[in-house]
Design a protein around this ligand. Structure first.
Ligand code: SF4
Length: 339
């Protein structure tokens, strides 16, 4: 039976895939960090991770945890004293990499986590271990570290085995999934810049999610962390896990196209991105094929020269001037969303 871990009152491992990102502001600047956390919460994050590299950051954690709308996870490498201070200051979870934490530090952190009931993510990244390990070895190192923490008296754990290679990452997580009941934090490490990082994440995280593996996701991308949340949400949609969204389908366009399909589809997508209902909208370039090919959609438009046809499930609703297509579709969508 899979374990469920709670960060404050928010679960990981209860069947809902949660999404998270990491701030890139200096944690010691609580105001700046909180402003980014608020933006991440607004974008749809479930959790946020902050680096805690020193005691000044660990001190700022107090105000951050008090004011954050999301449970805050502290990221610890090498120095363990900031972890102890962050736990005292209300952190909801600690992420440690046992490969870079001294034995004495590990014991102190685990004991304090047990005392304060703070879960630990054991994140052994391939880049941080001494030799070039195989996925099997990475999994063994992670399970050994988890066992060590259990032996020290604490078993509220989340495990992760990230590499920067999609194929190795998928192999490692599949193996780990077979060998543990702990929830898994899935993602790539150092995935890269938005375009290729997203592609690599889609391949690896997507493969795992489709297999039913993974409980919390971080799409790691270089740049603004808000983009990581949008990317994670898109991934959940693309994998068929998140169904309550407005799915805008559009034709590829051809010589028959009468309207600006691309811009209209993008506009509808943008204007409906916050609607949490399962709805399909078709933006089709012509009336010749548009209505028939768009008949699976709840609402759609088939473009004409000056006027276009608005339809619902393949039935014609009305004809509108081309300048009014967007408002006609948005009106129908909002009416449906309010029902
Ligand atoms: S729906 Fe019409 S415009 Fe769009 S690709 Fe098909 S035939 Fe061309």
């Amino acid at each position: 039976m899979k374990k469920v871990i709670y960060l404050k009152n928010k679960p990981i491992g209860d069947g809902k895939i949660t999404i998270q990102s990491m701030t890139n502001t200096p944690t010691c600047d609580a105001e700046k960090t909180l402003s980014q956390i608020n933006a991440l919460a607004e974008a749809g994050a479930d959790f946020v991770r902050v680096s805690v590299p020193d005691l000044a950051s660990a001190d700022a954690v107090k105000e951050i945890c008090l004011k954050s709308p999301l449970p805050v996870i502290g990221d610890i490498h090498f120095a363990y004293e900031p972890a102890l201070r962050a736990i005292e200051n209300g952190i909801a979870k600690i992420r440690i990499n046992p490969s870079n934490m001294p034995e004495k530090g590990l014991k102190a952190v685990v004991r304090m986590c047990a005392e304060y009931k703070v879960p630990i993510r054991v994140g052994v990244n391939k880049g941080s271990v001494k030799k070039n390990v195989t996925p099997q070895e990475l999994v063994s190192l992670t399970l050994d570290a988890a066992k060590k923490i259990e032996d020290l008296g604490w078993d509220r754990l989340v495990l992760a085995v990230k590499t920067s290679d999609p194929s190795e990452t998928v192999k490692a997580y599949r193996l780990l999934y077979e060998k543990t009941d702990y929830p898994l934090h899935i993602g790539l490490t150092e995935a890269g810049t938005p375009k290729y990082g997203l592609l690599k994440s889609a391949i690896s995280i997507g493969s795992l999610l489709i297999d039913g593996i993974g409980d919390t996701v971080r799409v790691s991308l270089t740049g603004d962390p808000i983009q990581e949340i949008y990317a994670a949400k898109d991934l959940l949609i693309a994998c068929g896990i998140e169904k309550n969204f407005v799915d805008v389908i559009s034709c590829p366009t051809c010589a028959r196209t009468e309207i600006d399909v691309e811009n209209l589809a993008l506009r509808i997508q943008k204007l409906t991105s916050k609607i949490k209902k399962s709805l399909k909208i078709a933006v089709m370039g012509c009336v010749v094929n548009g209505i028939g090919e768009g008949k699976s959609a709840d609402f759609g438009v088939a473009g004409g020269k000056k006027k276009s046809i608005i339809f619902a499930k393949g039935d014609i609703l009305k004809t509108v001037p081309n300048e009014e297509i967007e408002s006609a579709l948005i009106g129908l969508i909002e009416e449906y969303a309010d029902e």
